[in-house]
Design a protein around this ligand. Structure first.
Ligand code: ATP
Length: 199
């Protein structure tokens, strides 16, 4: 699996539609301070489902939409599309090329797509769960992240290791099953109460 390209439009400093194609090997992005290098990695994290505006250096999510300059009006929508080569089917998808898209409008309305079909945020997150590409993984390390990993609480550090080790999916399924069990016990209690009343 490999990130083939990313298309950014109206996201942060990328007012115009900008396509970046990643070739084989290592890609380095160079540019003066403030030219938008970090915005590219943030666009990648955003399209993969990042939900924390703070971790994208904003106050609220619509802050990622191009906010205008002296010569240009703000835009109403941010849109990012990423295309992955999935010929090895590393991502849980039957397709050998997986395209994910995310759009956000100023009114807060958002849209997620996988291979041009509307989907839920959960579907995008599920695509990357336990691949080591999740938002808590080491695959994207932003500025200041190394220090924050070392100074984080042991349980937060454990969550990072669990994501990389691929056990997060099982843990989430366990929590879901435990919640269901809890609900079922409640129902059983209620049924027993009713039976007792009838007796
Ligand atoms: P450095 O080398 O200093 O880390 P960089 O190349 O990584 O810089 P970024 O941090 O990616 O640069 O980009 C910062 C620029 O993005 C700033 O000029 C900022 O004004 C601009 N920017 C951030 N959010 C928006 C937005 N919503 N609309 C327009 N421009 C934005």
């Amino acid at each position: 699996m490999k990130l083939k390209s990313i298309e950014i439009s109206g996201f942060k400093s990328f007012a115009d539609k900008t396509e970046i194609k990643f070739q084989n090997g290592i890609t380095g992005i160079v540019g003066p301070n403030g030219s938008g290098k970090s915005n590219i990695t943030e666009a990648i994290r955003w399209v993969m489902g990042e939900q924390s505006a703070k971790s994208l250096r904003g106050g609220k999510m619509p802050d990622v939409i191009f906010s205008g300059t002296e010569t240009r009006k703000p835009l109403a929508r941010a849109s990012v599309t990423a295309i992955f080569d999935n010929t090895d089917h590393f991502l849980k998808s039957e397709f050998s090329e997986v395209m994910i898209s995310r759009k956000l409008y100023r009114n807060g309305e958002s849209q997620y797509q996988i291979n041009r079909n509307d989907c839920r945020l959960r579907d995008i997150l599920n695509l990357f769960i336990d691949t080591g590409l999740g938002k808590e993984s080491f695959s994207i390390i932003s500025q200041g992240r190394v220090e924050s990993i070392f100074s984080s609480k042991p349980e937060d550090r454990r969550a990072i290791i669990e994501e990389v080790a691929g056990v997060l999916e099982y843990k989430q399924n366990k929590i879901k099953a435990e919640n269901e069990l809890g609900k079922t016990s409640e129902y059983l209690k209620r049924v027993n109460d009713l039976i007792n009343e009838l007796d």
